[in-house]
Design a protein around this ligand. Sequence first.
Ligand SMILES: [Zn+2]
Length: 228
Amino acid sequence: MYQAKQKANDPAAEICQRVWMSIAEKRLRPGTRLKEEELAEIFQVNRARVRQALSILQSDGLVVIQPNRGAFVAEPSVDEARDVFHVRKLIEARIIERLAGRLSPEDFPRLEAHLAEEKAAMARGDTSEGIRLSGGFHMLLAELSGSDFLTVVLRDLISRSSLITAMYRDRHVSNCGPDEHEGLIRALRAGDIGAAQRSMREHLEHVEHELDLSEDGTAVRDLRQALL
Ligand SMILES: [Zn+2]
């Protein structure tokens, strides 16, 4: 959902994008209740649209819908955070392995262009865009690996780790960022798959170690304040 740019005239996509940005900017905290009625009023849409948006957010792992209680911003546990990064290390090692001998010279300008966008977002301090683009870099590698299966699995993991990163990092700028991505591109360009795999594993370990798991989780309960 937030991997894609916001589509014009799509109220559900706009709601998803705004909720995501508020989570990434730490204005909307884990566990905050997302009341349908209030969201409908804030975004000036009907409740069917709000339900559609909440359902997309639920399938991305960002929102939990509880029967008879409503929707809440998901609260991934510390254990889930560790599991997500554990599985990412396995999946992304396989993606790099598949990239061996598959990457063509035309793929590198795409990777470099993505890197330039990441750097620009970081330079202007755009946190939500920075996290979105960081995830997008890993998705681009998955796409270039040519495996639809790995791409689908990774999309789910990236979505969850973006929420985890947004929740548990105490600094604003994502460390899953341009500098380490640049090193990875260099190893891929040199055709050194072993170095690229090591670089990816160290990169993901670095991101995981940067998580602040002592977060107090104080929730902002005022949706209007968080979303407007
Ligand atoms: Zn990264």
